[in-house]
Design a protein around this ligand. Structure first.
Ligand code: NAP
Length: 303
């Protein structure tokens, strides 16, 4: 199937292109980007022009940040093409509901991806937790925004989500593996004085689960989740790629390059089956953190 990639920025180059190159399902037939191009692939600078010129392209994958994404997503669906969305699927919950309704009306697939759910050990962690009761959980998601989002000022603008841009990856795993859904009880959000989105957050959930998100981590990066249950201890490390049971490694490794190939395989399966997948549970928790969160002002942040 032919697919167009829109927004040739960091994640498109780091993950989408390698995944598409090795995909048995997808043929990258066009790009849409104001600046970026891909060797050997027809390049457009405007989405509407691409949709009109290439009626042979049946699916579009959007790699734009969340705020500018809605208009592009709507245009793709109105043109009757299948739609794949980077995480988080939109800037607001309402706009993603609107896209889902539009996809249904148009009879096309919408896939709101959560790449961290495709990490190597997430399925095994879900299976291990099934039938156990979580007594305590601790999520530590600390990374360096300068490394993963160099110069991306949009991430600290309203709608950019700040530290919830990576934090929502942890929440996408949490909402996938827990046998019972959590709800947010409280949140503390640290806003740099010169920015509109938080650089750190501490969250308390039901089931005695706490999360610590921080965008200022230097040196080694931490993407860990640890749980104590009525049937032993479990930890997911490296963003869901390594599973430990009672302190012993049992599955996975450090390779994160399998996540995006798995997303594109899932997109192909959804299109073939005429289905959609848009689970908003991780985004609901983020919206609740912004609703309930106490605001602390911290030092200015500059890239
Ligand atoms: P990015 O490089 O800053 O932006 C991606 C592309 O979006 C840019 O190349 C640009 O396209 C377009 N764009 C940026 N700002 C725009 C605006 N205001 N209006 C219209 N288009 C705009 O961001 P990214 O890191 O690739 O992140 C994109 C999405 O991927 C985010 O939702 C992020 O959460 C997700 N993601 C990122 C990472 C990561 O490590 N960075 C990992 C996983 C998921 P053109 O200039 O090419 O037109």
């Amino acid at each position: 199937m032919k697919l167009a990639l829109v927004g040739i920025g960091k994640i498109a180059l780091d993950q989408h292109l390698p995944a598409l190159k090795s995909s048995p399902d997808w043929d990258l037939a066009a790009t849409v980007s104001r600046r970026g191009t891909v060797d050997g692939v027809e390049a457009f600078t405007d989405l509407t022009t691409m949709l009109e010129a290439r009626s042979d392209i049946g699916a579009v994958s959007l790699c734009l940040p969340p705020v500018p994404r809605f208009d592009a997503a709507q245009a793709v669906l109105r043109a009757g093409r299948h739609l794949m969305l980077e995480k988080p699927p939109g800037a607001t919950l309402a706009e993603v509901h609107a896209l889902c309704n539009l996809a249904r009306a148009q009879g096309v697939t919408i896939y709101a991806t959560w790449h961290s759910r495709m990490a190597m050990a997430v399925g095994a962690a879900r299976d291990w937790l099934a039938g156990r009761t979580v007594q305590e959980g601790r999520i530590t998601w600390r990374e360096d925004v300068r490394k993963w989002h160099p110069g991306q000022d949009w991430i600290f603008e309203a709608g950019g989500m700040g530290v919830f841009d990576p934090g929502i990856n942890a929440l996408s795993i949490l909402t996938e593996i827990l046998p019972q859904p959590v709800r947010l009880l409280s949140a503390d959000l640290d806003y740099p004085a010169n920015r509109q989105a938080p650089i750190a957050a501490r969250l308390q959930f039901s089931q005695n689960i706490a999360a610590d998100f921080d965008f200022r981590q230097q040196g080694p990066q931490t993407w860990d989740m640890e749980f104590r249950t009525d049937g032993g201890r479990m930890a997911l490390r490296m963003g869901g790629n390594r599973l430990e049971i009672d302190g012993r490694p049992v599955q996975g490794g450090d390779d994160i390059m399998g996540e995006y190939p798995a997303l594109y395989a899932r997109m192909a399966a959804l299109v073939a089956a005429g289905e959609s997948d848009a689970d908003l549970a991780p985004m609901v928790l983020v919206a609740d953190a912004f609703t309930l969160g106490r605001r602390n002002i911290v030092a200015d942040f500059h890239f």
